[in-house]
Design a binder for this molecule. Structure first.
Ligand code: ADP
Length: 493
């Protein structure tokens, strides 16, 4: 008997930890930003280290989903207040992503041509209902089927009500003792809604309302920080910064500090491989300068930009947190000072920034190229073909762009905060991978621009900086190990 139970325990401890990722984005199925990159890559590395990850995401009406095979495992309905919501949960049997993908099919709510906004850039307007339906459908699936995981791992506020519902709502309390980990990819978006809409939630004991509340609003992000067993952010420095700059949640992060951990994101070295990247014109064959030059010439073909000059890129959402509103001013100032720099910008978002970038590119086609679009292929070409990548972020939870840049031999010039602080080391002529400014004012930014210009002229130094970046290890292996430690601690395995 004793022998049997010991053996059983051994089998238990050897069996993989079953983890469910719940996320609105997953690369390559549906991507808006870094959340998709993380959810589309981290599971592969976790699976190598003793987990068995299944990703749950909405089934959108987007290109990637066309023609895929869906094996429906669960079809049912629930009521969102008085509205009947029909849903299905299906495995995508031909996804070939390196992990199991389940989609949550909610006709009328999720089958849209966009994750948060339509093609015109306007938000759908029913985010609260959509996110609640997504979370309820997932929870119904695990509560009603035999697919209970060992750990539920929620990502960002869209799945932030899951821990509260599991622990406090009628119909879900069987899940109350199931460990939940919550990862904050961006605290700027908290998903708040007024208490007058509380009827959209399943029934809960009114004295538990405090676990939903922050500032007299229902705050899914704050609720997840309160209710999850462990909270992670995507870099250690960002975790510290949240305690004094987190859109009103500072006190909460102080209070819950004991269960919060910062784990630096990694990148998918298979997708981001300069030696095999199918989006590139020329692949890396061992000579970094040759690789950079060929890709720069290909990138600048058809433009009036002089390939002899240092080329500075910006890629990303035109949002205040990325410092995108500073870009037009920085570029104008560079033109006014007649600096020997050219700029290439890829992004969408804030209409004022889009407009200003269009004007700059129109008036100075010899200095500025602006692509006001979202284009994955072009982003790869830019990482490979530019000399420097500028990131004047006001807030940067982790930032993946600087890591992609370094992997492709591009030297990042970054604001020294959050994940940028943790992933870029200052290039001192020998060691280090990038240039950093400690303040967002022009004086400090242009000081680094002057260093960039000097670096570009000193070919040996430039090669060293490029090589250091390419040699830096940003793979997921170490960070996946830290997530495994968290899963082990919450499951006791
Ligand atoms: P975010 O806060 O937007 O998630 P990250 O740095 O974590 O920022 O991730 C941004 C991701 O989105 C990167 O993979 C970047 O290359 C990609 N990206 C952002 N804007 C664009 C664009 N306009 N076209 C192509 N890729 C983009």
């Amino acid at each position: 008997m004793l022998y049997l139970s010991t053996k059983y325990l051994l089998i238990m401890s050897d069996s993989p930890i079953r983890v469910h990722f719940v996320s609105m984005e997953c690369y390559p199925c549906a991507k808006v930003g870094g959340l998709a990159d993380v959810v589309g890559s981290l599971p592969k590395y976790l699976n190598d280290q003793g987990a068995e990850v299944t990703v749950f995401m909405p089934k959108y009406r987007m290109k990637w989903f066309e023609g895929k095979s869906f094996d429906y495992r669960h079809v049912s309905h629930f009521y969102l207040h008085h509205e009947r919501i029909d849903y299905g949960i299906a495995e995508v049997t031909d996804a070939n992503l390196g992990f199991r993908l389940m989609v949550i099919d909610i006709p009328g709510k999720m089958d849209r041509n966009g994750v948060y906004a339509g093609a015109d850039g306007h938000f759908f307007g029913d985010e609260i209902q959509r996110h609640l339906c997504f979370q309820r459908a997932y929870l119904n699936f695990i509560v009603l089927s035999e697919h209970t995981p060992d750990v539920v791992h929620c990502h960002d506020h869209h799945s932030g009500l899951i821990p509260f519902i599991m622990q406090n709502c009628d119909g879900y309390r069987n899940l109350a003792s199931l460990p939940v980990v919550f990862t904050i990819h961006n605290e700027r978006y908290q998903g708040v809604f007024p208490w007058t809409m509380h009827y959209l939630l399943p029934q809960f004991d009114s004295w538990k309302a405090g676990m939903l509340d922050w500032g007299n609003l229902i705050n899914p992000l704050a609720s997840a920080v309160k209710c999850a067993w462990k909270v992670t952010t995507v870099s250690p420095s960002y975790m510290e910064e949240l305690k004094y700059n987190s859109m009103g949640l500072e006190a909460l992060f102080h209070q819950e500090n004991h269960k919060c951990v910062g784990i630096l994101n990694g990148i998918d070295n298979e997708v981001w491989d300069p030696a095999t990247d199918p989006f590139l014109t020329s692949l890396y064959e061992g000579d970094v300068d040759d690789f950079k030059l060929k890709n720069k010439l290909a990138l600048l073909e058809g433009t009036q930009l002089d390939p002899e000059l240092p080329l500075v890129a910006f890629i990303g959402r035109f949002a205040g947190e990325k410092g995108a509103d500073l870009l037009p001013g920085i570029i104008e100032e560079s033109l006014r000072r007649e600096l020997p720099l050219n700029f290439v910008v890829l992004g969408t978002g804030d209409k004022w920034v889009e407009h200003q970038m269009g004007i700059l590119a129109y008036h100075r086609p010899d200095k500025v190229a602006a692509m006001i679009t979202y284009n994955e292929a072009v982003s790869h070409k830019i990482y490979a073909g530019t000399d420097f990548l500028l990131m004047p972020s006001r807030v940067e939870p982790c930032g993946l762009n600087q890591m992609y840049a370094m992997r492709y031999g591009t030297v990042p010039i970054v604001h020294n905060i959050g994940g940028l602080k943790d992933s870029v080391t200052y290039f001192d002529g020998d060691n280090g991978t990038g240039l950093k400014f400690n303040s967002l004012d022009f004086y400090h930014v242009f000081e680094e621009f002057q260093r960039a210009i000097y670096l570009h002229g000193a070919k040996k130094l430039l090669t060293t900086a490029r090589t250091n970046g390419m040699d830096a290890d940003f793979s997921w292996v170490k960070s996946a190990g830290q997530y495994m430690d968290i899963y082990r601690s919450v499951t006791g395995r």
